[in-house]
Write a protein that binds this ligand. Structure first.
Ligand SMILES: CCCCCCCCC/C=C/C(=O)SCCNC(=O)CCNC(=O)[C@H](O)C(C)(C)COP(=O)(O)OP(=O)(O)OC[C@H]1O[C@@H](n2cnc3c(N)ncnc32)[C@H](O)[C@@H]1OP(=O)(O)O
Ligand SMILES: NC(=O)C1=CN([C@@H]2O[C@H](COP(=O)(O)OP(=O)(O)OC[C@H]3O[C@@H](n4cnc5c(N)ncnc54)[C@H](OP(=O)(O)O)[C@@H]3O)[C@@H](O)[C@H]2O)C=CC1
Length: 292
C-alpha cells in the first residue's frame, strides 16, 4: 500500500472526527504509524510525528502537509526519558497541547531466546516497554497539569499464544498490555483512557527485517491465510482514539485475522521438530479405528 492508497481508502470514521485535536504518533515515519497519521490527517487532526530517522519523518510530514494537515516532526528515541521530556515540551510549545498519544514505535529482531544476549534483550525491552512507558507517563503528566482529558492507544502484538523466536518482544508487549490495564484505572480520575491494539501479521516496511521463509509463514499465520495491511490497524487505532470509543478503557483490540486462535508464525522459520506428518503418524493401539 502507498501513501496515495491510504489517502483514498474508505474509512468507517466520520470526516472531521478529530477536528481541533492534536495527535502524536510515534514511529509515524513508516508502516502502521504512517498509515495511521494519514488517516488522522483525513479526519482533520493536527499531527506530531516522532521517530529516530529524520528522513523518514520528513517524507511522512510532506505527505501529510499535502493532505492539508498541520504537522510537526521530531527526530528522537523513545528510549531516552530526557528526549521524551523534550518532545513533550516541543509539542506544547508548537501545538498548545496534546489530545491523543499513539504509541506505535517499536520493533525487535528474530533470535532463539536461548541465544539472546543481555544487550539485545535490553534493547528490545527498552524500546517496546520502557520507551512506551516514558511516553505514556509524559502524556499523563501533561494532561494532569493542564487539567485536560487525554487518550492513549498502544500498538502491541497478538501475543496470546506466545511468540517463539521473539521472546523479548513478547515479554515487553505483555508488559505494555498489563501496564495499560493498570493505568486505565489509575488515570481514570484524570479523565484519561488507555487502550491497546494488537496486530497480527501486517504487511509493512518492517517485514523487510525478516527472511523470505519467515514472511511466508506470516502470510499463513491465521485462519484467513493472508496478512493484514496497515490500514486495518490504522482504523482500529483511530476508533479507540476517538470519542466514539469513550466508554472503552483498559481494553486490547486484536486485529489479527484470528491468529490468537490458530496459526503458526515463525520468525526464523519452523524448526524441524514441529514438522507434522499426519500420513506417517503412528497412533497408539487403542486409537486405531477402522474407516469403512
Ligand atoms: C500467534 C500470532 C502472532 C502475531 C504477531 C506476529 C508479528 C508478526 C511480525 C512482526 C513484525 C513487526 O514487528 S514489523 C516491525 C519490525 N520493525 C523492526 O523490528 C525494526 C527493526 N528493529 C529495531 O530497530 C529494534 O528497535 C531494535 C532491534 C531493538 C534495534 O535497537 P538498536 O538500534 O539499539 O539495536 P542495535 O544497536 O542494532 O542492537 C542492539 C543489540 O541488539 C542485538 N541485536 C540487534 N539486532 C540483532 C539481530 N538481527 N540478531 C541478533 N542480535 C541482534 C545485539 O545484541 C545488539 O548489540 P551488538 O551485538 O553490540 O550489535
Ligand atoms: N507489521 C507487523 O506485522 C506487526 C507490527 N507490530 C508493531 O507495530 C509497530 C509498527 O510496526 P511496523 O509499522 O510494522 O514497522 P516499522 O518498522 O515500519 O515501524 C516501526 C517504527 O518504530 C520507530 N521506532 C523504532 N524504534 C524507535 C525508537 N527507539 N524511538 C522512536 N521510534 C522508534 C521506527 O522509526 P525509526 O526507524 O525512524 O526510529 C519505525 O517508524 C511496531 O511496534 C511493531 O513491532 C506488531 C505486530 C505485528
Amino acid at each position: 500500500m502507498s501513501d496515495d492508497d491510504f489517502a483514498q481508502r474508505p474509512t468507517a470514521l466520520r470526516e472531521g472526527a478529530f477536528a481541533g485535536k492534536v495527535v502524536l504518533v510515534s514511529g509515524g515515519g513508516s508502516g502502521i504509524g504512517r498509515a495511521a497519521a494519514i488517516l488522522f490527517a483525513r479526519l482533520w487532526a493536527r499531527l506530531v510525528l516522532c521517530g529516530r530517522d529524520a528522513g523518514k519523518l520528513e517524507s511522512a510530514g510532506t505527505c501529510l502537509a499535502r493532505l492539508g494537515a498541520d504537522v510537526s516532526t521530531h527526530a528522537m528515541s523513545i528510549r531516552s526519558p530526557e528526549a521524551v521530556e523534550t518532545l513533550f515540551a516541543e509539542v506544547v510549545d508548537r501545538h498548545g497541547g496534546l489530545d491523543l498519544l499513539v504509541n506505535n514505535a517499536g520493533g525487535q529482531f528474530a533470535q532463539a531466546s536461548i541465544d539472546i544476549r543481555p544487550k539485545g534483550w535490553n534493547a528490545v525491552v527498552d524500546t517496546n516497554l520502557n520507551g512506551t512507558f516514558y511516553m505514556m507517563q509524559a502524556a499523563a503528566r501533561h494532561w494532569r497539569d493542564v487539567a485536560r482529558p487525554g487518550c492513549i492507544v498502544n500498538v502491541v502484538a497478538a501475543i496470546w499464544r506466545g511468540m517463539p523466536q521473539v521472546a523479548h518482544t513478547c515479554a515487553a508487549r505483555a508488559g505494555v498490555v498489563f501496564l495499560s490495564k493498570t493505568v486505565a484505572t489509575e488515570w481514570a480520575p484524570l479523565n484519561i483512557r488507555v487502550n491497546c491494539v494488537a496486530p497480527g501479521t501486517i504487511r509493512t516496511e518492517g517485514f523487510g527485517n525478516y527472511s523470505r521463509e519467515a514472511r511466508a509463514s506470516f502470510s499463513q499465520a491465521n485462519p484467513t491465510l493472508r496478512t493484514g495491511d496497515a490500514w486495518d490497524i490504522a482504523q482500529a487505532i483511530a476508533y479507540l482514539g476517538s470519542d466514539t470509543a469513550g466508554f472503552i478503557t483498559g481494553e486490547t483490540l486484536n486485529v489479527d485475522g484470528g491468529s490468537q486462535n490458530w496459526g503458526d508464525p515463525w520468525f526464523l522459520g519452523r524448526p524441524e521438530y514441529f514438522e507434522l506428518n499426519y500420513a506417517e503418524a503412528r497412533l497408539p493401539e487403542n486409537l486405531e479405528v477402522q474407516v469403512q
